[in-house]
Design a binder for this molecule. Sequence first.
Ligand SMILES: Nc1ncnc2c1ncn2[C@@H]1O[C@H](COP(=O)(O)OP(=O)(O)OP(=O)(O)O)[C@@H](O)[C@H]1O
Length: 340
Amino acid sequence: MTSAPVLDVRSLDTVLHTPDGRALHVLHGVGLSIAAGECLGVVGESGSGKSVLARTVLGVESRTTRAVATGEIRLNGEDLLAATPARRAELLGTGIAMVHQDPMTSLNPVVRIADQVTESITNRRRLSRRERLRTAAELLAAVDVPDPARRARAHPHELSGGLRQRVGIAAALAGEPALLLADEPTTALDVTVQRTVLDLLDQHRVERGLATLLITHDIGLLYGRARRIAVMYGGRIVETGPTEAVTRTPRHPYTAALLRSVPRVTGPLRRTLPAIPGSPPDLTRPTPGCPFAPRCERATELCTTTAPPTHTSADGHTADCHFPLTEADITTPEELEPAA
Ligand SMILES: Nc1ncnc2c1ncn2[C@@H]1O[C@H](COP(=O)(O)OP(=O)(O)OP(=O)(O)O)[C@@H](O)[C@H]1O
């Protein structure tokens, strides 16, 4: 990569302080970077810390839980963890924008679409009602919302789920951010609508040179979209590298298990999907070793007592594991076909 990354995260730890007085150490030493126009796919099971990572980068907390982040988050070189609250607020929408899982929860039901789509613009300068409607219609047209002038006057409940997600994307793009965080942006949508929404995100990423962090629990969605993948487990990035390398020759046993649980699209019509035995780590009981050890077939005592080293290949493929898989161990390539 020659250009400086748009997003550069190093040694990021996030601890959540819950209203009942617990301190949950969710993110551990997370590092990643995304260049302009690049899509990084972040994949992992439920509870692996993907959303906490996105919220930490965005700089927003849930209403009840205070988040304390340490390490480095740089946006075009600017140290966000050292930025003032006023500066972070200024960057919301204009530097970093987020597309949420369920647009019904991120859109305000009683506010007209035009006012929501133009919010990151009107936060900075006044627009007349007529200007808001015209700008919103342009933004909606750019994300292929049919009849945009009429939709700009509507409220969220008057639109289908797919159109609401397009409104969410229009609102995210309105402030011309450098970085887009998309947290399971199509989970709430029908399978047929999912692809068109992901294609739309791809189109704007390429056209605008947007750095995109695409969060999903479905590794199959990332084929052909993400140049690189980061696999999260227990709040850590346990494997990362070019999509092709990570999916064809996974090094971490967790990634291999995740890949085995992707539905195959060739061969016999149905087979039972292997779930990964065991459950995700309990954040209230941190382990000194590898968080995946209790579920890993390859684990030895070393794995439960000692943090795993990072193995790095020349193509930037890394895996944090005492006993990474080798070519000889891998059985997934013949089984895996990119999701159609
Ligand atoms: N506001 C909160 N208060 C307490 N615990 C939280 C809060 N938000 C997240 N957590 C905990 O942090 C951990 C990581 O959660 P996170 O939502 O980031 O996972 P995820 O990988 O995004 O999962 P999913 O795919 O289900 O969205 C979980 O154990 C979760 O229970």
